[in-house]
Design a protein around this ligand. Structure first.
Ligand code: ADP
Length: 169
């Protein structure tokens, strides 16, 4: 069974095999956790992303999918980029959010990662309510059939940490 750990802090400071990035479909950088990962990880990550766009991801990475690059200067072997759905009040996109966690674990597991750090995907600029985002994250990781041994949710602030802690209790 996969162990689930919670940490409050900056995901770019974590030492794990794979750090998951809440990217946008362009893979060419953005704000929030994406900006932080590219800033601290250095230009090698963006170079890899550009290569992926030039190769098989010409239209970008679809929502709910995941792809790996180098982790550059981060203390990790890979960054796994996934594109969360934008929250909608008129359409249930929770399947896509669950897919982000599942697909990221699949990609990380296939690479041989044993430890994976996740941010709270879609809960920033993409507007997903934190409690529901935490529910989907925890339920999906618990149900995942994966070789990853430890999943670490790295929550940026106390509110996010508490939302995830409540789901784990
Ligand atoms: P999205 O577009 O998927 O909503 P954001 O990066 O805007 O992505 O936000 C996702 C979550 O990541 C938010 O809860 C935000 O507070 C958090 N976050 C932002 N920076 C960091 C960081 N350096 N480490 C961990 N989490 C972060």
């Amino acid at each position: 069974m996969t162990a689930i750990e919670l940490v409050q802090g900056d995901i770019t400071r974590e030492s794990v095999d794979a750090i998951v990035n809440a990217a946008n479909s362009s893979l060419l950088g953005g704000g929030g956790v994406d900006g932080a990962i590219h800033r601290r990880g250095g230009p090698a990550i963006l170079e890899d992303c550009r290569r992926l766009r030039a190769a098989h991801l010409g239209k970008g990475l679809p929502t709910g999918q995941a792809v790996a690059t180098t982790a550059g200067d981060l203390d990790a072997r890979w960054v796994v980029h996934t594109v969360g759905p934008v929250f909608s009040t008129t359409e249930d996109r929770s399947g896509l959010l669950a897919s982000c966690y599942r697909e990221s674990l699949r990609v990380a597991g296939e690479l041989g990662a044993r430890t994976v750090a996740f941010p709270a995907i879609s809960t920033g600029v993409y507007g997903w309510p934190m409690d529901d985002g935490a529910r989907i994250a925890v339920e999906t990781v618990r149900a995942a059939d994966t070789t990853v041994e430890e999943v670490r949710f790295v929550l940026f602030d106390e509110r996010a940490y508490e939302a995830f802690a409540a789901r784990l209790r």
